[in-house]
Ligand binder design. Structure first.
Ligand code: MG
Ligand code: ZN
Length: 219
C-alpha cells in the first residue's frame, strides 16, 4: 500500500509571508521585524538605528500601530520612506498588511526594511511577515521576569535588545536573572543592552545588525 506523506499545508498567512519574502528578495531588501511590549522603546531604537546605518544602507520603515500616525511622523522627519499601518484593533501585523505596505514603498530604492510591529508580546509570534530577522526589544523598567512570561516571543527572536539601561539605578531589575532567563529559552541568545537616551551600547547593536544585513545580501 502506498504510504502518503503529508506536508503541512501552509496557512494563508504563511503563504502570503512567502510571497512577501520573494518580493523582498527580488528587490534585494533585507527585512527586520521588531517586536516589543508597548513602551519598550521600539521607535527610539529604530531612530537610533536609522541614524547609525543610513550612510551605509537605503532604509525604509513600516510602522504598525492600532491607531495614529505618530511613529510614522517621527520617522518621516528624517526623510526616510515610511508607511504607517493602522490595524484598527488587531494586536499584530500580518503578512497581508506588510504586502500592502510594500506596495506603497519605493522597493527599487531600498536595501533595508525596518518593521515596527504592534506593541504586544503574544501574537506577533504567530504571524510571519516574510522578514529575515526578528528582534525583540525589552526594557529595564518592564522587569527581569518578562522572558518567563512571554517565552515564545523570546525563544523565536534572533536577538534581544535590552533598552533603557540608564534607568537601572531606579528600578529593581536583575540583569543576570534576565540574561539567564533569555538563555534558558534560546541557547546562545544574543542580547544587546542599550540606552537610546544616552547612546550606550548602540554601536555594538548596530554593528551586529549591519553584519546580519550584509550576510543576507551575500546569500
Ligand atoms: Mg512605536
Ligand atoms: Zn494579535
Amino acid at each position: 500500500m502506498e504510504i502518503k506523506v503529508l506536508k503541512p499545508i501552509l496557512g494563508a498567512n504563511d503563504q502570503r509571508a512567502e510571497e512577501n519574502r520573494g518580493l523582498l528578495e527580488k528587490n534585494k531588501i533585507v527585512a527586520i521585524n521588531f517586536t516589543a511590549s508597548p513602551g519598550a522603546g521600539k521607535t527610539s531604537l529604530l531612530m537610533a538605528t536609522i541614524k547609525a546605518l543610513r550612510e551605509e544602507f537605503r532604509i525604509g520603515v513600516v510602522e504598525g500601530d492600532v491607531s495614529s500616525a505618530i511613529d510614522a511622523e517621527t520617522v518621516s522627519k528624517e526623510g526616510i520612506p515610511v508607511v504607517q499601518i493602522n490595524t484598527g484593533g488587531a494586536c499584530h501585523l500580518d503578512a497581508t498588511m506588510l504586502s500592502n505596505a510594500l506596495a506603497n514603498l519605493p522597493v527599487d530604492d531600498l536595501d533595508v526594511l525596518l518593521i515596527e510591529n504592534v506593541g504586544n508580546l503574544i501574537c506577533p509570534a504567530s504571524f510571519a511577515l516574510g522578514e529575515h530577522r526578528k528582534v525583540l526589544v525589552a526594557s529595564v523598567p518592564e522587569g527581569h521576569d518578562k522572558p518567563h512570561k512571554y517565552p515564545v516571543m523570546f525563544s523565536e527572536s534572533d536577538a534581544v535588545v535590552l533598552n533603557k539601561i540608564d534607568l537601572q539605578p531606579y528600578v529593581d531589575f536583575d540583569r543576570d536573572k534576565f540574561y539567564s532567563a533569555v538563555n534558558g529559552l534560546r541557547e546562545g541568545a544574543i542580547i544587546f543592552p542599550v540606552s537610546c537616551k544616552t547612546g550606550e551600547g548602540i554601536d555594538r547593536w548596530v554593528s551586529w545588525l549591519s553584519e546580519q544585513i550584509r550576510s543576507e545580501q551575500r546569500a
